[in-house]
Design a protein around this ligand. Structure first.
Ligand SMILES: C[S@@+](CC[C@H](N)C(=O)[O-])C[C@H]1O[C@@H](n2cnc3c(N)ncnc32)[C@H](O)[C@@H]1O
Length: 307
């Protein structure tokens, strides 16, 4: 039975144009790409359709995304290799300096957000889970049981840019334990005091808790140098981020690769001072894509210029 996975691939033509700028040098050459965030395999399909000699290694930590992507990419047969896991862990196992492109389309997919049972939504009742990989890590409910008030307030402020983080954190801690999404969303709404905001008052807090539960910033910071390591000279790293904190990490890493400061590898050791050339100076804004999912997106691309 085919599984349904409705997801709009953000900035698709812009990404393919910048990630795959040149065709293979000869009819026997293959170009190798890593899609760190397969999701519904929209970007991967476009990479594979872009040239018949393109191949991909596709990664996702979500079993449902892996299932949907495996089904969608089956027609490409041995041009595709699929790996389930967190992208920083999988990138660490890939051979250095052999790939032509690496893509990261960060954050969550529409099916993860829209299915109440996954526990990401503040609008649909479900267990307070929020794990992309349901076999690993701890759920949002368990995380909220363990966290102290100051750490929670800092997470809401940093990862959610929530200005009322302290009073929301206090109310969440007082109302523990939390098992379902809607009661938590209601608590945040009441504690925040937002009355006429355009977005739901729990939007920023739910985003922040999700980022913490999945260690999204830790994954990104570890993965960027590893992605660069897998690229060959002239290979490109494309990252689509969805909030300013992620975008700032990508922007600074890219800038460091141009030699302003020596970038650090995944183990904290300085790398060669000039390793990359920025292809998109200000990044490509999501507003180039009319789909509402793209509203806050930004695509940045770096070309590796060291060996
Ligand atoms: C925005 S969606 C990708 C959509 C995809 N580009 C497409 O066109 O269908 C992000 C996907 O990345 C996965 N993901 C996010 N962070 C991850 C990580 N650190 N390791 C592995 N997968 C991750 C999520 O599970 C989700 O399926």
């Amino acid at each position: 039975m085919s599984i349904s996975f409705e997801h709009h691939s953000v900035l698709l033509p812009q990404t393919i144009k910048l990630l795959c700028p040149t065709p293979p040098a000869s009819s026997t050459d293959v170009l190798r790409f890593v899609d760190c965030t397969l999701g519904g395999a929209g970007h991967s399909t476009a990479i594979l359709e872009h040239h018949p000699q393109n191949q991909i290694v596709g990664i996702d930590r979500d079993a449902i995304a892996i299932e949907a992507a495996t089904e969608r990419l089956a027609t490409f047969e041995n041009r595709v290799q699929i790996r389930k896991g967190a992208f920083a862990d999988v990138l660490e196992t890939l051979e250095p300096s052999v790939y032509d492109g690496v893509l990261m389309d960060l954050g969550v997919s529409s099916p993860q957000l829209d299915v109440g049972e996954r526990g990401f939504s503040f609008q649909k009742d479900g267990p307070l889970d929020m794990r992309m990989d349901r076999e690993g890590l701890i759920s949002a409910s368990e995380w909220l049981d363990q966290v102290d008030e100051t750490t929670l307030a800092n997470v809401l402020y940093r990862y959610g840019e929530e200005p009322r983080s302290r009073r929301i954190a206090k109310a969440i801690i007082q109302g523990r334990p939390w098992h379902r999404t809607l009661p938590l969303a209601e608590c945040i709404k009441n504690a925040s005091g937002y009355r006429n905001s355009r977005t739901h008052p729990a939007t920023r807090s739910f985003q922040a808790i999700r980022i913490a539960v999945n260690d999204e910033m830790g994954q990104l910071e570890r993965a960027l140098p590893l992605a660069l390591r897998t690229l060959k000279h002239g290979g490109r790293l494309a990252v689509i981020s969805f909030h300013s904190l992620e975008d700032r990490v990508v922007k600074h890493f890219f800038k460091d690769c141009t030699g302003v400061n020596a970038p650090k590898d995944a183990y904290g050791n300085p790398m060669a001072p000039v390793t990359g050339k920025i292809i998109t100076r200000k990044g490509i804004a999501g507003t180039e894509d009319p789909h509402p999912r793209a509203r806050s997106a930004r695509l940045r691309v770096l070309e590796k210029i060291s060996l």
